[in-house]
Design a protein around this ligand. Structure first.
Ligand code: CAO
Length: 413
């Protein structure tokens, strides 16, 4: 079966997390993704956070599956010649270097268009035009500057970053969508285009509801927040739901000595109020005027979740989930990374996937989070550094046999 992006070639100039996650998605959709890496070390993540000596780290292998690797010295003339030739024969080029790096290499948007007017040139940076434009950015800088940190955590504690890598992997998904849209538009116009995203803009997109609340705040306190006092900005609101239905994480009976993740998240929809109160043994609250309607409940949410917790503390998180789910209460156990990596259901679903690697053996990775009925994803291992250099030079760029050795001696690959 043909894949959604079969026949599409991507020159992948990405490194670290944000860019590689985007190009991995393109590769899973069937694009031929050629990862360009500096000779010698390659993407810095190959050797960062290693769990085993001298093999590509999980940081690298989990973000670079299904790609081919070509080493290229972008500061050598012959390296640039190879790169230009690749651009001529490709559909997309993606990069997430620091500001100005591609221009300094000699590849401005104007130059790239001259080489191939049909190419889509996608860049991810920390920031768009303005005061922060020239700044480099990592995940937590994006979370700090995009509104995620100031709104995460508890009121009386410091700003907190989320475990989910919304600045890097989150923005990779934005970029993937933008590239696919540009590719589709090209089918009408025949032209490539410039695609740009800043990590901060992407975070702000994910913090949309917090900007909603900033504007609601002008008209009075946010009644559904657990906070008692409000200033002139949206406060951190702990585990409050952020939506129109109140929610909170409540403790459960621990199953391990530490029980660090013995919690279940519970949302109180109006229609489940009565069965929920019956379930937890508090039918007296159903008609109590302080609790009977969603509006009446708002000032009492901490008390209500305390009452629910008295019940959940007598159940494990899975028992609590299954009993509440049975009466249609929206809820979910707080699952640890250990819970998730051992989850047979996630493996059956193809979300957690085992992959064989010639140097590190079998490792687990996260597969494609979505499915297309006509474009099944086969998760393959990441390439070794320069593993495909010879085949790309000879088969794709029509260079003569032995070109790899010659260019290596010249310091270009
Ligand atoms: N051959 C030769 N040189 C190469 C090369 C190659 N194949 N690939 C990269 N380089 C060189 C570049 O030319 C550049 O050198 P100059 O500064 O002399 O022009 C340098 O390597 C890369 O620079 P950089 O600024 O991208 O890298 P850094 O490690 O200093 O910064 C990062 C990393 C992530 C902070 C920066 O790339 C960045 O801000 N990227 C945009 C935002 C982003 O993606 N952040 C998410 C990172 S994931 O947490």
């Amino acid at each position: 079966m043909r894949k959604a992006l079969e026949g599409v070639r991507v020159v992948d100039m990405t490194h670290v997390q944000a860019g590689p996650v985007c190009t991995q998605l393109l590769a899973w959709m069937g694009a031929d993704v050629i990862k360009i890496e500096r000779p010698g070390g390659g993407d810095v993540t190959r050797s960062q956070l290693r769990d085993l000596p001298d093999v590509d780290s999980l940081y690298f292998t989990m973000l670079n599956g299904n790609k081919r690797s070509l080493t290229l010295n972008m500061k050598a003339d012959e390296g640039k010649e190879v790169f230009s030739q690749l651009l001529e024969r490709s559909d997309i080029v993606v990069e997430n270097f620091g500001p100005g790096v591609m221009d300094r290499m000699g590849y401005t948007w104007e130059r790239i268009q001259e080489i191939n007017p049909q190419i889509i040139y996608a860049s991810l940076k920390g920031f768009g035009p303005g005061a922060l434009e020239t700044a480099k950015a990592y995940e937590n800088i994006a979370q700090a500057t995009g509104g995620a940190m100031s709104t995460t955590g508890f009121e009386d504690g410091p700003p907190v970053v989320t475990g989910a890598q919304i600045g890097d992997s989150g923005n990779a998904v934005h970029l993937f969508g933008a590239i696919c849209a540009a590719l589709y538009q090209r089918t009408h116009t025949g032209r490539g285009q410039r695609v740009q995203i800043s990590m901060r803009a992407g975070i702000l997109n994910l913090c949309r509801v917090k900007l909603r609340d900033q504007q609601r705040l002008e008209h009075g306190p946010l009644a559904e927040y657990p906070n008692e006092e409000f200033g002139d900005f949206v406060p951190r609101s702990g585990n409050a739901s952020g939506g129109g239905q109140p929610g909170w994480a409540v403790r459960c009976k621990p199953t391990t000595e530490k029980g660090a993740n013995a919690w279940v998240y519970v949302v109180i929809q109006p229609q489940v109020w009565e069965p929920l109160m019956h379930k937890i043994g508090r039918p007296d609250l159903i008609e109590n005027p302080d609790y009977a309607t969603p509006e009446a409940r708002l000032p009492h949410l901490p008390d209500i979740f305390d009452v629910i917790e008295q019940w959940t503390l007598t159940k494990t998180k899975w028992e609590a989930f299954s009993e509440l789910n049975a009466i249609n209460v929206p809820c979910g156990p707080v699952l640890s990374t250990k819970d998730l990596i051992e989850d047979e259901g996630l493996r059956a679903e193809g979300v957690v996937v085992a992959v064989d690697h010639p140097e590190r053996g079998t490792y687990s990775t996260v597969g494609c989070p979505f499915t297309l009925s006509d474009s099944p994803v086969e998760v393959k291992r990441s390439p070794l550094l320069g593993e495909h250099s010879a085949e790309i030079l000879e088969e794709l760029l029509d260079r003569p046999e032995g070109e790899l050795e010659r260019l290596t001696a010249a310091g270009a690959v």
